[in-house]
Design a protein around this ligand. Structure first.
Ligand code: SAH
Length: 257
C-alpha cells in the first residue's frame, strides 16, 4: 500500500453545468472547469462547455453514448477518487444542479468515504429553468404558492407516486417524465385535479432546439405524441402553465412541423 498521508490530494468539485445553454453555468463553475486537470461529464452537460478545458486536461465521458450504457455509478466514484488521489483537480460536471436527481449526493459520499475533499458548486436546475425559459413562473402571486419537483421514475421498489398528495400542490414539476406522461396526467385526474388544469411540457429547454407545448391534463399526452416531443423534457402542471406566451409556442411548433 502506498502511503498517501504525505501526498497532496486533489479536490473533487461537483459542478452544476446548468440546464442546457452553456452560458447558464455559474461563474465559479466556469472558473473551476478552466482549472480542472480531469473533467468527468455526462449526457446533459452542454458539450460547448468542454471547450473551456485547459490544454492537456483529461475529459472523461461517463454518460450514455449511442446505444452504450452509461458508466456504472460505482465506476464514476472510483474514477473521482483515483484522480483526486493523484493530486489532480477533478471537476464532475453534471447537468442542471448536482443535487437535483443527479446522484450528486452519492458522489459526495464516495469522496467522504475516501477522505477526499469535495465541494459542491450549485447549478441552475432544469426544474425551474425549463418552465422559466418557456415563460412559466413556478410561483406567482395569487396563482401558485408552492411547487414540488418530482421524479417520474419509480423508486425501484415498484411504489407509484402519491397522486393524492401531489394533487394538493399548486405547481408540479416532473423530471424524467416523458415516458410516463400519460400515467402522470391520468393519476392526477383520478386524484381529483380537474382535467382542464393547464399542463405544459418543455423539451430541450434553453437550447436552440427548445420546444414547448401548453395544453391541459386531459390532452397533453396526445398533443405531446402528435408533436413528437422527446427528451430531455420537463412537465409542468398547474395554473401557472397557462401563463406561457402562447403565440411564441405555436410559432415554435410550426417551425418544426
Ligand atoms: N440535475 C438535473 C436533473 C437531472 S435528471 C437538473 O437539475 O436539471 C434529468 C431530467 O432533467 C430529464 O429527464 C429532464 O426531465 C430534465 N432536464 C434536464 N435538462 C433539461 C432540459 N434542457 N430541458 C428539459 N428538461 C431537462
Amino acid at each position: 500500500m502506498p502511503d498517501h498521508r504525505y501526498q497532496v490530494q486533489g479536490t473533487v468539485y461537483l459542478v452544476g453545468a446548468g440546464p442546457g445553454d452553456p452560458d447558464l453555468i455559474t461563474v465559479r463553475g466556469l472558473r473551476l472547469l478552466r482549472q480542472a486537470d480531469v473533467i468527468l461529464y455526462d449526457r446533459l452537460a452542454a458539450r460547448e462547455l468542454l471547450r473551456e478545458a485547459k490544454p492537456g486536461a483529461r475529459l472523461i465521458d461517463v454518460g450514455k453514448r449511442a446505444g452504450r450504457p452509461s458508466t456504472p455509478q460505482e465506476e464514476i466514484h472510483r474514477l473521482l477518487v483515483l484522480h483526486a488521489r493523484r493530486g489532480r483537480t477533478v471537476v464532475r460536471l453534471k447537468g442542471g444542479d448536482p443535487f437535483v436527481f443527479g446522484r450528486g449526493g452519492e458522489e459526495r459520499e464516495a469522496c467522504k468515504r475516501a477522505a477526499i475533499a469535495c465541494e459542491v458548486v450549485p447549478g441552475v436546475s432544469s426544474a425551474v429553468a425549463a418552465p422559466g425559459a418557456a415563460g412559466i413562473p413556478v410561483t406567482h402571486r395569487q396563482v401558485s404558492r408552492h411547487f414540488a419537483v418530482i421524479t417520474a421514475r419509480s423508486n425501484g421498489k415498484g411504489a407509484s407516486l402519491d397522486y393524492r398528495a401531489l394533487a394538493a400542490i399548486d405547481t408540479l414539476v416532473f423530471l424524467m417524465g416523458r415516458g410516463r406522461l400519460k400515467q402522470i396526467c391520468r393519476g392526477l385526474i383520478e386524484a381529483g385535479r380537474p382535467p382542464d388544469t393547464p399542463a405544459a411540457i418543455v423539451e430541450r429547454a434553453t437550447t436552440p432546439d427548445q420546444r414547448s407545448l401548453v395544453a391541459t391534463l386531459s390532452d397533453l399526452p396526445l398533443q405531446a405524441d402528435d408533436n413528437a416531443i422527446s427528451t430531455p423534457a420537463v412537465i409542468v402542471v398547474g395554473e401557472v402553465a397557462a401563463m406561457a406566451p402562447q403565440r411564441a409556442l405555436r410559432q415554435a411548433l410550426q417551425a418544426t412541423a
